[in-house]
Design a protein around this ligand. Structure first.
Ligand code: ADE
Length: 234
């Protein structure tokens, strides 16, 4: 059963997956939140752990960074392991001044500069959409939890670039309602559409492109609790 990039046997992966970018964050979700967590894959250092959260089986597995990486793991999970739901939890850079560092964004849709989905359906400007029922459940869960973190629902920008400094692009995207930039959601949503898997990204604002504010390295490790708890409840 193992695929080129996942060594788990089929039954070792739950039908719902929480997917941070960083393998250490997958490990942290397993140790801090899951009961009876067991390492089920570690190919190329992309760690995956299966355990239970409030009595339900769930796998926490990393995606690595960027559209190609998350596309590989999400596709193999859907096709070979029968995964039905993948929720990305990660960080993003604020673009809109309506969002601040430490806020949480439920990404209902994702614009992108990646060519990955353009090559799926040539000639079409594909809409990268979260699963509606998951997005609604995430908003409801955030409302139930209350807490300090402000919650937003809206569009993010999935970029292939981390270091491309383009203020005019940020301005144009925010003028069209975009909240933040990250690097995986659009690709995950395209896999969701292609493989008939429910997908959502819940991302914490770790830095802000316009205000220049950013989390400390320690905060990046800890300020992640609200997004993780929203994702685990879905
Ligand atoms: N993830 C967190 N911050 C980011 C940024 N500034 N750009 C892209 N992805 C990010």
């Amino acid at each position: 059963m193992p695929t080129p990039h996942i060594r788990a046997e089929r039954g070792q992966i739950a039908d719902r997956v929480i997917m941070p970018g960083d393998p250490r964050r997958a490990e942290r979700i397993a140790t801090d939140y899951l009961e009876d967590a067991e390492l089920v894959t570690d190919v190329r250092g992309i760690l995956g752990f299966t355990g239970t959260w409030e009595g339900r089986r769930v796998t926490a597995m990393a995606s690595g960074m960027g559209a190609p990486s998350i596309t590989i793991y999400a596709t193999e999970l859907a096709r070979e392991y029968g995964v039905r739901q993948i929720v990305r939890v990660g960080t993003c850079g604020g673009m809109s001044t309506d969002v601040a560092v430490r806020d949480v964004i439920i990404a209902t849709g994702a614009h992108t500069d990646s060519t990955m989905t353009a090559s799926r359906i040539p000639g079409v400007q594909f809409s990268h959409l979260a699963d509606f029922s998951l997005a609604r459940a995430a908003v409801e869960q955030a409302e139930r939890m209350g807490g300090d973190a402000a919650i937003h629902a809206g569009a993010v920008f999935t970029s292939d670039h981390f270091y491309l400094d383009r203020p005019a692009l940020t301005e144009a995207l925010t003028a069209h309602g975009t909240l933040a930039v990250e690097m995986e959601a659009a690709a995950l949503y395209a896999v969701g559409a292609a493989e008939k898997v429910r997908t959502l990204a819940v991302v914490t604002v770790s830095d802000h492109l316009v205000t220049g504010e950013s989390m400390t390295a320690d905060e990046r490790e800890t300020q992640f609790d609200a997004a993780a708890r929203i994702a685990l409840a879905l």
